[in-house]
Write a protein that binds this ligand. Structure first.
Ligand code: ZN
Length: 242
């Protein structure tokens, strides 16, 4: 059983009737419905909850954390960001979606100003091309996924060179974007996946859910031994040199 926590700031759905009509149960509700299955247990957490719903207990019981935020990145408590950061380094998977690119946790893990990219809201077509057909995150997807209407994100996207580039998006207006990228930090695996602007029903699209579900399985902890740092006693007797 893989334990997933879907974190959503949950503000657009409360403040904006258009978004509320697309996601009446919240973006976290739609993701939870799409991802829960026989061997994936999903709980949700939101900004307004005590400790943003990300208590030590919850995080210690989470294999993969999914992050959606947009309006309130600066309202996420630094102490909670630090707590998530340590859990990722210790092996918890992290999937950052759409505008989560500008979250404190994503830029802290990547070390670059990840909020920097181009954007435009113009109801344009997005074609998400599979760049690495061998990658487990692309399993079950054809050559590309097409979304009739999405927000545009364009390069340059200020991230370090990804460990793996899985998807690149093309937009009707002409831009391209590294839409599916992975990074390893410590024992933890990170997957960033671009689509999911709040006014579009993107998280009901079965192919988008398939990619996120694949991401959950890919990012789940590998149960590897924790690295040991610092001064080390020799494993063998070191011969005394003359
Ligand atoms: Zn957006």
């Amino acid at each position: 059983m893989i334990k997933v926590t879907v974190w959503n700031e949950y503000l657009h759905e409360i403040n904006n009737p258009v978004v509320a009509s697309v996601y009446p149960e919240g973006i976290h509700g739609a993701l939870s419905d799409g991802l829960a299955c026989e061997d994936v247990f999903v709980r949700t957490a939101t900004l307004a909850e005590p400790e943003h719903g990300l208590t030590e207990e919850t995080l210690n019981d989470t294999d993969v954390l999914i992050w959606w935020g947009h309006l309130a990145h600066d309202q996420v408590d630094d102490e909670i960001v630090e707590r998530v950061y340590k859990r990722v380094l210790a092996g918890m998977g992290l999937i950052v979606l759409h505008s989560g690119h500008a979250s404190k946790i994503f830029s802290k893990l990547l070390g670059t100003p990840t909020e920097q990219l181009k954007w435009r809201e113009a109801d344009e077509k997005e074609r998400i091309w599979v760049i690495d057909p061998s990658h487990p995150i692309a399993a079950g997807i054809g050559e590309y996924i097409e979304l009739e209407k999405e927000e545009m994100y364009g390069e340059h996207f200020h991230i370090p060179t990804p460990d793996q580039l899985v998807f690149v998006s093309w937009f009707e207006g002409g831009e391209v974007f590294r839409s599916g990228v992975t990074f390893n930090r410590g024992q933890g695996k990170i997957f960033y996946f671009r689509p999911g602007h709040e006014t579009y029903p993107t998280y009901y699209n079965p192919e988008i859910i398939r990619v996120i579900a694949n991401g959950v399985r890919w990012a789940a902890p590998s149960a590897t031994a924790a690295p040991v740092y610092g001064h080390a006693e020799p494993l063998e007797k070191i011969a005394v040199k003359a």
